[in-house]
Design a protein around this ligand. Structure first.
Ligand code: MG
Ligand code: MG
Length: 246
């Protein structure tokens, strides 16, 4: 779906709130802090900006961010887990402003982290930017996944298959989906005003996953690390415009 200038303005505002949630949670990440405390930091930003949460109560999700440490890929429920030195933690944030959604995620290290963890974070973020670079008028959508996959696999990592990016606007998750791998078909042609959340999830080991008994936390099946980066981006005449940045 193509968004008008007025709609894109509202999505820009939502994106700024999400970027502020990133800044605030990132500044709070340290050994000893609980994932619930990070959720509270994000709640304060939403309240301060008068924004609504698109995560809270989404199919019953009980918080405003997802916190997914180490071998958890996505959708972790904030709770009493206390970060320890050497962890990596993926934080996914979202906000609604004037009915329009923003959605973005990052993975950060807690203090000193292993070489493989640092490389995983660097490669996952780079794979996201390679995907974002494909959001150009006239390109085919699934070039995004092809670009993401190329970066991740060149580094010896794997791309999660069961969870993907998505169009976004008046709902957080709109059609079409955006796979982070080449799905075998080129997909729709990109047009001005389309908006997508590009969000690679990259694993050190295999891409196989399972879901925790809480029905939310998605884990790597082999117990190895996973990272997740995401931005909300519009296709514009000037190229991709990232909304979820400060
Ligand atoms: Mg997200
Ligand atoms: Mg998303």
């Amino acid at each position: 779906m193509r968004r008008s200038r007025e709609e894109l303005d509202k999505m820009r505002k939502a994106g700024k709130v999400v970027a502020e949630m990133h800044e605030a949670t990132r500044a709070a990440i340290r050994p000893g802090v609980t994932t619930m405390q990070l959720n509270e930091v994000a709640e304060e930003v939403l309240a301060k900006r008068g924004a609504r949460s698109n995560f809270l109560n989404y199919h019953g999700f009980p918080a405003v961010i997802c916190t997914s440490p180490n071998d958890m890929i996505v959708h972790g429920i904030p709770g009493d887990y206390r970060l320890v030195e050497g962890d990596i933690i993926s934080i996914d944030c979202g906000a609604i402003v004037e009915g329009y959604h923003g959605d973005a995620a990052y993975t950060a290290g807690v203090g000193e982290i292993s070489d493989v963890a640092r490389r995983l974070i660097e490669v996952t973020e780079r794979s996201m930017w390679a995907g974002i670079d494909q959001l150009v008028i006239g390109h085919r959508l699934h070039e995004v996944g092809r670009a993401v996959q190329k970066v991740a696999e060149a580094a010896g990592f794997s791309v999660v298959r069961e969870y993907v990016g998505h169009a976004i606007g008046t709902e957080m998750h709109e059609s079409p989906q955006v796979p982070n791998y080449w799905p075998g078909t080129p997909g729709p042609t990109l047009k001005e005003g389309m908006v997508f959340a590009i969000e690679p999830m990259v694993n050190v080991g295999s891409y196989d996953t399972y879901v925790l008994e809480d029905g939310w936390g998605v884990m790597t099946q082999d117990g190895q690390l996973s990272a997740h980066f995401e931005h909300t981006i519009a296709v514009t005449a000037d190229g991709p415009e990232v909304f979820t940045v400060a």
